[in-house]
Write a new protein. Structure first.
Length: 90
């Protein structure tokens, strides 16, 4: 659910209607806006307790699968990306 606004035509209003204000607020915080600096995105995620927990869990899950990526440069880039998330949110 956390990526639904980025990955589909679902709007925050749909999340609000179907899941309520707490979930909609968290999903909104987790939705990375086009051209948004990562520092701004992570600050918004950090400010929402539910979004923070979801982002940490998602990043931990993704980090745990990095060994499946054969390309070393991609693996290094993603390792650094997830480390920034952990450093900022943990």
């Amino acid at each position: 659910l956390h990526d639904v606004v980025e990955d589909t035509d679902t709007a925050i209003e749909d999340i609000l209607r179907d899941f309520g204000a707490i979930v909609a607020s968290a999903v909104d915080a987790l939705t990375h806006r086009p051209h948004e600096p990562n520092t701004d995105y992570l600050a918004r995620v950090k400010a929402n307790p539910v979004a923070r927990i979801v982002k940490l869990a998602d990043s931990r899950n993704n980090y745990g699968r990095l060994g499946n990526i054969g390309d070393a440069s991609t693996r290094e880039r993603l390792t650094a990306k997830y480390q920034r998330v952990f450093d900022e949110l943990a």
